[in-house]
Design a protein. Structure first.
Length: 264
């Protein structure tokens, strides 16, 4: 807020700045641009700095679990900052989903002029496929800082992920386009307690040479497919499917369809 819009030569004015600390933590830096009709200095930038102390709150605003299988279990930790553990006690720890668990690990540890409490968060198994958007809520005995909330983000996918779900090959004799004679399929098993093996990968149309490479035994594989030199013959287009057979009792076989184009 500007106290005086018109400032005479040699005069002074004040700009009142209000900093809203809600949902902010730690060091904060802001800038304010002040425009005027002064031809020698038409614009001035004010830099505002503040440190917002945390009475009772998580050190960060969120915890990210990334991509995980629907029957996978992941554990991550977050720091809860407590200014004065003698005054502020944890009275309850809850989550927005019964398949998400949170608990305190150990006693508060002093770090600088604050105390930090390690909160362990366990996600899964059994969460539905889709976006993970849950919360950890910790309530305190301090009426001034009654609650701390941590957002949880991630993506729940099937236990075994095959990407991409289709392939497109391009053989260009005219050199107008970039050849895409080889493509790779990635297979990831997210459940370490249930390893799988690739038994075979077969092309239904016999147009491809296929090589299977193990990146991490039981968990991660690459299936590399390359168009054979004589695959097209007189044809301009080809299609087929790659059948990837595993020893998984639940999933068995995966099918990845493909198309191929020959440009002269």
């Amino acid at each position: 807020m500007i106290t005086k819009a018109d400032i005479p030569p040699g005069g002074e004015g004040e700009i009142s700045v209000t900093f809203k600390t809600a949902n902010r933590k730690g060091q904060q830096n802001k800038t304010i641009k002040v425009d005027s009709n002064d031809p020698s200095s038409p614009s001035t930038t004010l830099r505002i700095a503040a440190f917002v102390e945390i009475g009772f709150d998580f050190e960060g605003t969120s915890l990210r679990f990334g991509k995980m299988g629907r029957d996978e279990v992941l554990v991550k930790n977050a720091n809860l900052v407590v200014q004065d553990p003698g005054k502020t006690k944890i009275v309850d720890i809850s989550t927005s989903n019964p398949l998400v668990k949170a608990r305190q690990e150990g006693e508060p540890v002093k770090t600088g002029d604050q105390y930090k409490v390690n909160i362990s968060v366990t996600v899964g198994p059994g969460l539905p496929i889709g976006k993970l958007q849950e919360k950890v809520i910790i309530r305190s005995s301090d009426s001034e800082n009654p609650e701390a909330t941590l957002d949880l983000y991630g993506v729940i996918i099937d236990n075994i992920e095959v990407t991409p779900d289709s392939l497109n090959f391009l053989v260009d004799d005219s050199r107008k386009f970039t050849n895409q004679k080889s493509q790779t399929i990635t297979i990831v098993n997210y459940i370490k307690s249930s390893p799988i093996n690739i038994l075979e990968a077969v092309d239904s149309g016999d147009n491809l040479t296929i090589d299977v490479k193990t990146i991490e035994p039981g968990q991660r594989f690459l299936v590399m497919a390359t168009i054979k030199d004589d695959a097209f013959g007189d044809k301009l287009q080809l299609g087929g499917s790659i059948r990837i057979k595993t020893d998984s009792k639940e999933y068995g076989e995966f099918v990845v369809n493909y198309g191929a184009l020959h440009v002269h």
